[in-house]
Write a protein that binds this ligand. Structure first.
Ligand code: GLU
Ligand code: ZN
Length: 492
């Protein structure tokens, strides 16, 4: 049996880290087992649906380079792959269940159901939910309700006795007493819209889905889905519920922890390969130690058995680390073109950079690679090259463990060493050594010398490596800024 898996998001919000992790696991599992990865849009909740979410889904998968074998846009033999285009199918199958006595029409008004709910709460009733009022209507009663023009919903008959079990590859057997499963959930609403359960089960069956890999929060739906498969007489696919994605504090990852929308990561300048690599390691590992895995490698080596049972932690710092590593590994031209929009937006270069500006950007790449965690960092790192805003607050010049007097001395003596040696054409390492020696003489930390010099030249505490900054600015301009800062500090 060849593997067919699906990612079935509801376009009711931006694609987030947890959703994308589900997509990646499905995609890699399909690829590594020679199967098919299907995209299905579960847009039956029309109130929460938005076009923006649907576009975001396509854009995000596209940006990650995740191609679906079947689904919207590309089509396939089991289409359409958008649930709102499949309503007749759901209706037909729901009616079939009614004919077979496995589901029934319910004519209860929202008012009746609301009253029922209130009473159950008031009486602290053990029994919660629908009271199966319409389960045993006679033909005459039904005909009368139809005559009154009441549009019914279709409800599944859930057995009141016994248990339902489903097997999960990761969690093992999960069993629930039937009496604890929602009493006779709605499958088809009165307006002909299917509920999630009905559409999901029918589509997974009709689309030949062999393995259902989805977030653990769907486990409670499992027994009900199994009852539906049984009612239809269909084979139950293999279930594999994925471990939760948690923040560092062990709570479910949410906006409280930071960005969760993939779009926000993209906008800050994370590279898709870093997101793919790191997100796949949240709740999965190859061998417990391998960290760097390209998309191509994961397409070969991903195994379902290696999915963890315990929740995965999403660590923003670790993602930053991966991203900075991938930035270093990327081609200079690619990094230059990724940096450009940020530089344009900051007003540092023109909207269509001139050849001269392009050259300047390209020169920035090597030193920027040493410092960027995300591509948008380039704005703060390179501001000094495009605007000259000297730092007047002396505390910015004073390194930890140093003081104003020592800083004045470090700046004066360090600057002399630095510029004399640069003019003599001495090597960076030699100059560095001389500056370190100076720090020892002044009995301060190395940074006590480097920090004031760096702030003087780059107007900032976050900047590119010192020698690169000087060479990007040009020696004369660097020295001019240095003298200006020295004069200012000496007057403090
Ligand atoms: N549409 C559901 C979601 O948004 C799909 C759940 C499932 O994969 O069965 O997560
Ligand atoms: Zn009813």
């Amino acid at each position: 049996m060849s593997v067919r898996v699906r990612y079935a998001p509801s376009p009711t919000g931006l694609q987030h880290i947890g959703g994308i992790r589900t997509a990646l696991f499905n995609y890699f599992f399909a690829k590594s087992s020679g199967g098919k990865f299907i995209l299905r849009v579960e847009d039956t909740d029309r109130e929460r649906y938005s076009d923006e979410s649907l576009n975001d889904l396509y854009e995000t998968l596209d940006w990650l380079g995740i191609k679906w074998d079947e689904g919207p846009v590309v089509g396939g033999p089991y289409g359409p792959y958008i649930q709102s285009e499949r309503f007749d199918i759901y209706k037909k199958y729901a009616e079939q269940l009614v004919k077979e006595g496995k589901a029934y029409y319910c004519y209860c008004t929202p008012e009746r159901l609301e009253k029922l709910r209130e009473e159950q709460i008031k009486n602290k009733s053990e029994y919660q939910g629908y009271d199966r009022h319409c389960a045993n209507l006679t033909e005459e009663e039904r005909a009368e309700l139809e005559r009154q023009g009441i549009k019914p919903v279709i409800r599944l008959k859930v057995p009141t006795e016994g248990k339902t079990t489903f097997h999960d590859v990761i969690m093992g057997d999960i069993t629930r007493k039937n009496k604890d499963i929602s009493p006779d959930p709605i499958l088809l609403k009165s307006d002909g819209f299917p509920t999630y359960h009905l559409a999901n089960v029918i589509d997974d069956h009709l689309m030949g889905i062999t393995h259902i890999m989805r977030a653990q929060e769907w486990i409670p739906s499992g027994p009900l889905h199994v009852l539906l498969y049984e009612a239809f007489g269909w084979d139950v696919p293999v279930y594999c519920h994925l471990p939760m994605v948690m923040g560092k504090d062990g709570q479910k990852l949410s906006k409280r922890h930071g960005s969760t929308a993939v779009r926000e990561f993209r906008e800050k300048g994370y590279l898709p390969e870093a997101i793919i690599n790191y997100v796949t390691l949240v709740g999965w590992s190859l061998d417990g130690s391998t960290e760097f895995l390209s998309k191509e490698q994961l397409e070969k080596c991903f195994k379902m058995e290696n999915i963890h049972k315990n929740p995965g932690k999403f660590d923003y710092k670790k993602l930053d680390w991966f991203n900075s590593q991938y930035i270093r590994m990327a081609d200079d031209e690619r990094i230059a073109s990724l940096m450009t929009p940020y530089l344009v937006k900051a007003g540092f270069v023109s909207a269509h950079p001139t050849a001269e500006e392009e050259e300047k950007i390209l020169k920035l790449v090597k030193p920027a690679k040493e410092r960027m965690k995300v591509i948008s960092d380039i704005v703060d790192l390179s501001r000094f090259l495009f605007v000259d805003e000297p730092v007047e607050d002396e505390t910015a010049y004073i390194a930890k463990g140093s003081d104003l007097e020592k800083t004045k001395e470090a700046l004066e003596k360090g600057g002399k060493i630095l510029f004399d040696m640069l003019r003599d054409g001495r090597k960076d390492e030699e100059i560095e050594e001389a500056l370190i020696k100076l720090s020892q003489e002044l009995e301060i930390k190395v940074n006590g010398v480097f920090q004031p010099i760096r702030v003087a030249i780059t107007n900032s505490q976050v900047s590119l490596p010192l020698f690169d900054s000087i060479s990007l600015l040009g020696l004369d301009e660097a020295s001019r800024r240095f003298e200006r800062a020295l004069k200012m500090i000496k007057e403090k």
